[in-house]
Design a protein around this ligand. Structure first.
Ligand SMILES: [Zn+2]
Length: 369
């Protein structure tokens, strides 16, 4: 009897980045084996947070920390807490293409209500350059690890690096990043580690073009002199309550929600490249967890991801999508989510995937390097 491709308990396939299988055909995630590097990330996160809680800025410090303000609920709420705790935050936003309009409006609202300083940096050129590089360069299979298929994580790292380089230049000791607790094992709570991970992904030259000679300076700098990355929500894990946060912000007039929280317009593109480079869905870990938790049937999910893969690979090389194909896509998308607004949004993203690629200067029919 040949080996089953999929884990017996969930939908993770053999060969999935960073996942091993035991003799019984069960994956290491189902066995709750967490890679050591991920555990280190978690421990370091906690240490940094404790240090930050004890820290209070001195009289002469204009700012005690740089808060990465995306305009989402988590960063808006954290801003109010940092003000309350007198941590002297400077709000920092990296203005990137494909960001939602709602997030921008939330930031404007916060500026008019709260007593804050806010820096917005435009990064269209740098961002496009980075994405083109990431999408068009096939990753090294040797360095693939758990979560590598989340190609979109590079975007988070890019934004973190932008904030860290800013804080480094202006000697602000802490950078606050409002990652949600589900990202607990995947955040590098360290400026230099984040930089090295990006160098591994896109090469040092691209980063020097974007961030300048500070890249080399940081690599040779002692860690003590670098800003520390703080991820407060990861540290509070169990107490994190999205609903409470939203209620508080709405009461303060600080928040209007968008139809779905994940509103990145590169959604379809990074899913496509996860299938292309890693032969799995970019959300495979989430889907696998849903199967494990009994929220969806295993066979059904395996079937849906196979259908999705075919859709992505086909529409990437097609100039026109027929009515019949559209109907099929809609049917499959409706199996991915129960939320009709979300399903519509995903459907639109799929249909406009090629257009989005064009905007980035990416030719989906071209061979990658
Ligand atoms: Zn499994």
């Amino acid at each position: 009897m040949g080996k089953e491709i999929f884990c017996k308990e969930c939908i993770i396939a053999r060969g999935h980045p960073g996942v091993d299988f035991n003799k019984q055909g069960v994956c290491s995630l189902c066995e709750q084996i967490i890679p050591e590097s991920c555990l280190d990330n978690y421990e370091n996160n906690l240490k940094n947070c404790e240090m930050f809680y004890k820290f209070s800025p001195s009289e002469k410090d204009k700012y005690g920390c740089l808060l990465m303000l995306s305009g989402g609920k988590d960063s808006l709420f954290m801003l109010t807490q940092l003000l309350k705790d007198k941590k002297k935050p400077l709000a920092f936003t990296l203005d990137i293409p494909f960001e939602s309009k709602t997030a921008k409006e939330n930031i404007e609202r916060a500026k008019s209500i709260l007593d804050i300083d806010h820096i917005s940096m435009s990064a269209y050129w740098a961002f496009k350059k980075m994405w083109k590089h990431i999408f068009m360069t096939a990753p090294n299979p040797q360095t693939a690890k758990l979560n590598s298929e989340r190609i979109c994580e590079a975007c988070g790292n890019f934004i973190i690096l932008s904030a860290c380089f800013f804080a480094y230049k202006f000697e602000i000791p802490y950078v606050i990043y409002c990652a949600d607790p589900s990202q607990v094992f995947f955040i590098y709570p360290d400026f230099k580690l984040t930089l090295e991970a990006m160098i591994d992904r896109v090469g040092v030259e691209v980063l020097i073009t974007i961030f300048g000679e500070d890249v080399r300076a940081v690599l040779s700098e002692d860690n003590l002199n670098l800003p520390k990355i703080i991820t407060p929500y990861v540290a509070m894990a169990e107490q994190y309550n999205a609903e409470e946060i939203i209620n508080y912000l709405k009461k303060e007039g600080l928040y209007i929600s968008s139809p779905i929280e994940t509103h990145c317009s590169l959604w379809a593109l990074y899913h496509y490249f996860a299938y292309k480079y890693y032969n799995c869905d970019a959300d495979a870990l989430v889907y696998a967890k849903n199967v494990r938790d009994g929220l969806i049937a295993r066979n059904e999910m395996i079937e849906v991801t196979a259908e999705l893969r075919d859709i992505y690979l086909e529409i990437a090389v097609k100039n026109k999508i027929s009515q019949e194909e559209k109907t099929h896509i809609k049917k499959v998308v409706n199996k991915v989510t129960q939320n009709p607004r979300e399903a519509n949004w995903i459907f639109d993203q799929l249909l406009s995937m090629k257009k989005t690629a064009d905007k980035l200067g990416i030719d989906l029919s071209a061979e990658t390097k």
